[in-house]
Design a protein around this ligand. Structure first.
Ligand code: ADP
Ligand code: SF4
Length: 688
């Protein structure tokens, strides 16, 4: 299908109870680390979605009462009337751009920990917290349930006062009381709120009725419901109780927002769920049961898939959290026939990690995400160039490509030189590993953009020396020369490196990614980095049939991936592929057929048999060209900046951000740039 006309069905208005959405693009609630601590930043971020064409823009979950306190995470908060002004900032910003504003009311039950409020924890039954914190929730009695319903009703009223058009009842992700009441794994009550599905659904029904009665004349009432727990017969399944819930409540909400639980399954990464639209088979029954509009998700970025989901009668609204983060202007790009310009989500969950860290959202694909208020970055608009006319970018990894693309958008004559035969740097390498192929979208998007522009000159197979840079006669130079993995073992656990006997076969991630395959096993992957790459490499080698031993000082595989909701899946995948896990051990020395490990607790040493070792420890910045150019006596360069991994090794998201920042800030006042670091929302000292 091609041309905007083929997508016209996506731009039909749809009525939701008393309100009408101008098209079928629906930004479902998503966390972002802004929330009640950073309301201005959240308002600016949500406004960008509305400007980009999302007809409905939702908040993240909004805690309705101090007994649902998610501190230290910064979600939205609607505890009392004093929260209304901050929320009104958000609704105003969405309305100004012509979209509807939705709020996801949440009581998190025993998913909250109430660290700030120290309020009692509530649950359908006596339950222990899922976190290591040794606290329990008490089973709610009838008066607790009555109170909870009142809090929810009050929050709905405040939502209307704050200007929301759609008010949610939230029964999903294993994260809220209505969901906990629905599920036998949390609810063994003997009364009318437990037992049969009719009883377990009672609380959700009451909340829907209460909310409708309170605000239903003005606001649409949405139900967010996880139709399947993805636990097989151990949990709620879409075709059994999931369907029964939809049948029991079919016409009660004005909108069904359906997905799967828990959050790690709903926001599955491409590493473990590569298919766009992966939730379709779970949610497709819903529209057969209800006449109300249905929104669903599943990393929907392809307009053809969107059209088919609507035309087949599976969805009324194209729901998106991550695709709207990666490209807030996705709807407008489809409408304007600019489908090739969509910045597709790569499913890496770096956005999710920000929420887990309690810091403003960031995105690998969209470096402006979370910076709409602080730096006033707009994903589609960038300042025209100043007095300078041309720029040279050296290196075509994520930093170099992003920098070149933004400089070109600003109107500079851009030359990009890459030493290798193909553009892409680390993204090209990493996307060749098992499970990471979707990451190539980072370079695909940028290379495509650069190739469309008349003011860009791309050179591959062009390793530049300092004299060649000078000879080019371009006075403004950005060096994105990257970093390489060290071969000496220096890292978190070994500042001075590891003792390595000559004749030992020591490899680095760069070797493996370049296709080096050791002939004999076992291969030891030593993951001192503890990010994602060590686990990916072990998986990749095991998948290729190698015998792999995974050694790490951490007490689990790839602890970083807890932040991206992947850790359990990572460890399970290695175990299922027969990788031997040796945890809580550092590597002290390597010999040709064995290595010596040391327990991080007892310091006891022991040998381990291996024919080769892949060291995932630390990266060395590639600064030779920078050092040489900086050292030139009579440098003709007026600008020389090191960016990306060459400046600070980090995530691909960090490299993209660094390239973006350098391009935006070129020819800007240094004082203005510096002041942006200090721009933040300062807590009021007012006491009331
Ligand atoms: P980043 O993540 O910062 O973008 P990468 O490691 O992904 O960094 O990419 C760096 C790229 O720079 C690599 O593709 C590498 O081949 C290239 N490169 C390094 N030095 C030179 C050089 N002197 N001339 C041209 N390209 C270079
Ligand atoms: Fe998608 Fe990754 Fe961006 Fe999240 S951070 S929206 S998963 S590209």
């Amino acid at each position: 299908m091609s041309g905007a006309d083929g997508y016209s069905v996506l731009f039909e208005p749809v009525q939701i109870g008393p309100v009408t959405a101008r098209n079928r693009f629906y930004q479902v609630p998503h966390c972002n680390g802004l929330g009640h601590l950073r309301p201005q930043a959240e308002a600016a971020m949500r406004a960008m979605k509305a400007e980009g064409g999302w007809a409905v823009v939702s908040t993240q979950e909004a805690e309705i009462h101090p007994t649902s306190d998610l501190s230290p995470y910064s979600e939205n908060r609607i505890w009392d009337d004093r929260d209304i002004p901050a929320l009104r900032l958000i609704t105003n910003s969405i309305h100004e751009k012509g979209s509807l504003a939705a709020i996801q009311l949440a009581h998190n039950g025993h998913h909250a920990q109430n660290h700030l409020t120290r309020a009692p924890l509530l649950a359908p039954s006596e339950l222990v917290l899922q976190t290591p914190y040794p606290k329990q929730a008490r089973a709610m009695d009838k008066s607790d349930i009555r109170e909870f319903r009142k809090w929810h009703r009050d929050a709905a009223r405040r939502s209307r006062e704050a200007g929301f058009d759609i008010v949610y009842v939230y029964a999903g992700h294993h994260m809220t009381l209505p969901h906990h009441f629905l599920l036998p794994q949390f609810n063994d009550r003997p009364d009318e709120y437990g037992g049969s599905i009719e009883n377990r659904v009672r609380l959700t029904r009451e909340l829907l009725e209460d909310t409708k009665e309170e605000v239903g004349d003005d606001c649409a009432i949405a139900l967010r419901f996880a139709v399947d727990e993805m636990l097989g017969s151990d949990g709620m399944q879409a075709q059994e109780e999931g369907r029964a819930v939809v049948e029991l409540l079919a016409e009660l909400p004005d909108l069904w927002d359906v997905n799967v639980a828990d959050w790690s399954n709903d926001s599955a990464t491409t590493r473990f769920e590569p298919r766009d639209g992966f939730q379709t088979s779970y949610i497709e029954f819903v529209k057969q049961v209800t006449s109300k509009p249905v929104v669903g998700v599943g990393r929907l970025t392809s307009p053809d898939l969107m059209v088919s989901l609507v035309k087949k009668g599976i969805l009324d609204f194209i729901g998106a959290a991550r695709p709207s983060i990666a490209d807030p202007f996705l709807p407008n790009k489809i409408k304007e026939g600019r489908v090739e310009e969509i910045r597709e989500c790569i499913g890496c969950n770096i956005c999710v990690s920000s929420d887990a860290l309690g810091v403003p959202i960031r995105c690998t694909q969209n470096p402006t995400m979370g910076e709409e208020w602080r730096r006033k970055w707009h994903p589609e608009i960038i300042e025209r160039r100043g007095n300078e006319e041309a720029a040279l970018v050296v290196g075509s990894g994520p930093a170099g490509l992003e920098c070149a693309m933004q400089l070109a958008r600003r109107g500079y004559e851009v030359t990009l030189a890459e030493a290798k035969q193909e553009l892409g740097g680390r993204v090209l390498q990493e996307s060749g590993l098992t499970g990471l192929s979707a990451w190539k979208r980072v370079t695909d998007h940028r290379i495509y953009d650069l190739q469309q522009r008349g003011n860009v000159h791309l050179f591959t197979d062009s390793r530049l020396s300092a004299s060649e840079v000078v000879e080019l006669g371009i006075p403004n130079v950005f060096l994105a020369t990257g970093a390489t993995w060290r071969r000496d073992g220096r890292g978190k656990s070994a500042f001075r490196g590891v003792s390595i006997e000559s004749a030992s076969l020591v490899l680095t991630p760069d070797d493996i990614m370049s296709g080096v395959v050791p002939e004999d096993g076992p291969i030891m992957v030593y993951d001192d980095d503890q990010g994602y790459l060590g686990g990916v490499l072990a998986d990749h080698l095991a998948q290729a049939g190698q015998e792999v031993v995974f050694v790490t000082p951490a007490s689990m595989v790839s602890p970083f991936t807890e932040l991206t909701l992947e850790q359990t899946k990572v460890q399970r995948s290695l175990l299922e592929k027969g990788v031997r896990l040796t945890l809580s051990q550092t590597l002290t020395s390597v010999a040709p057929s064995q290595a010596i490990l040391r327990c991080v607790y007892t310091e006891r040493e022991r040998p381990i048999e291996c024919s080769s070792v892949v060291l995932v420890t630390q990266r060395a910045r590639e600064t030779a060209l920078y050092d040489e150019l900086r050292g030139l006596a009579d440098s003709p360069l007026s600008k020389l900046e090191l960016i990306g991994d060459a400046a600070n090794p980090g995530l691909i998201a960090d490299a993209v951000y660094s390239g973006h920042m350098a391009a935006r800030n070129f020819e800007r006042d240094a004082g203005d740039i510096d002041r942006e670091f200090f721009r933040r929302e300062i807590v009021s000292l007012e006491t009331k």
